[in-house]
Design a protein around this ligand. Structure first.
Ligand code: B1M
Length: 228
């Protein structure tokens, strides 16, 4: 199988919610065929770069799932099956994305904001940043603003990453920044925001330091911050 075809098959199986060959999937007649786990193992054995697998395989697959949900072809359990697929895939990929024993480039606290349960993108960013040499303190999803502010203070973090996937929760990012200000912590930390509904303009509006389209942009932004 060609490399691109292998990545496309991974995306297809994310959409189908198939972790292992024995899983049935959304469409009929797929059981027995290689699923995400088997395809990933094959990709890694062949020495494929895991990064395009994350972006073109896993993230693209989830984009398709989002479209299907919007068109009401998928229900929440279908979205969850696909989300579990990405989680299983990241468990297999993360040792290949993180470097052990690299000197820390700084402490990075990351969280999905209060009211928001979407953690796939945040988890990807978290793993990629570990791989890039940051000491990542991942607070999880649906994290109350006070907990985020407390963690920034306790860990004396240099960077804070906030994730939100809902138009209703993205405003919480602004609240976090306000609370950091009130606690006298804003000057000492760079705040990066990301997630589908956020944008460059939104980041500016709430007083964040940067917007990151994806995990790779987060790494670039951090490199520029350190050199500038
Ligand atoms: Co939900 N959901 N969901 N969902 N879900 C969306 C976001 C939605 C767009 C789907 C749709 O309608 N098309 C829609 C939001 C609409 C809106 O707000 N305008 C939606 C909705 C409505 C909901 C519920 C309200 C549904 C309901 O209950 N009626 C509900 C809300 C629950 C809650 O949070 N309170 C809900 C629930 C769920 C599930 C639990 C079923 C599941 C989440 C499982 C999980 O995360 N563990 C889920 C999923 C899977 C999705 C979609 C399909 C996929 C999200 C995803 O994982 N994308 C999503 C549709 C979509 O986005 N296309 C959808 C893949 C991921 C790799 O991308 O998260 O964008 P992303 O992360 C990227 C970048 O954005 C960036 O880097 C990442 C990696 O490159 N990035 C950062 C993200 N955070 C960053 C932080 C940084 C830097 C970069 O800091 C430095």
């Amino acid at each position: 199988m060609h490399e691109q075809e292998l990545i496309e098959k991974i995306a297809f199986n994310v959409v189908q919610g198939r972790i292992e060959a024995e899983d049935e999937g959304f469409d009929e007649g797929l059981d027995g065929q290689p699923a995400v786990t088997e395809l990933l193992r094959e990709a890694l054995e062949r020495g494929l770069d895991p990064r395009p697998i994350v972006i073109e395989g896993l993230s693209k697959g989830m984009e398709v799932v989002g479209g299907k949900f919007q068109r009401e072809e998928y229900l929440i359990p279908d979205m969850l099956a696909s989300a579990e697929c990405v989680g299983a895939a990241m468990d297999i990929l993360s040792p290949h994305l993180t470097k052990a024993g690299v000197e820390s480039r700084g402490k990075f606290v990351i969280a999905t904001v209060a009211g928001d349960l979407h953690d796939i993108g945040k988890n990807i960013v978290s793993i990629m940043l570990k791989g890039a040499g940051y000491e990542v303190i991942d607070l999880g999803a649906d994290v109350p603003t006070e907990r985020i502010v407390k963690a920034v203070s306790e860990y004396q973090a240099s960077f804070l990453g906030l994730s939100a996937l809902l138009t209703t929760t993205m405003r919480v990012m602004g609240e976090v920044i306000e609370e950091l200000q009130k606690a006298g912590l804003r000057e000492d930390i760079k705040v990066l925001v990301g997630g589908a509904p956020t944008s460059e303009g939104f980041a500016k509006q709430i007083g964040a330091d940067a917007y990151c389209k994806d995990a790779f942009q987060a790494i670039d932004v951090l490199k520029n911050m350190s050199s500038g």
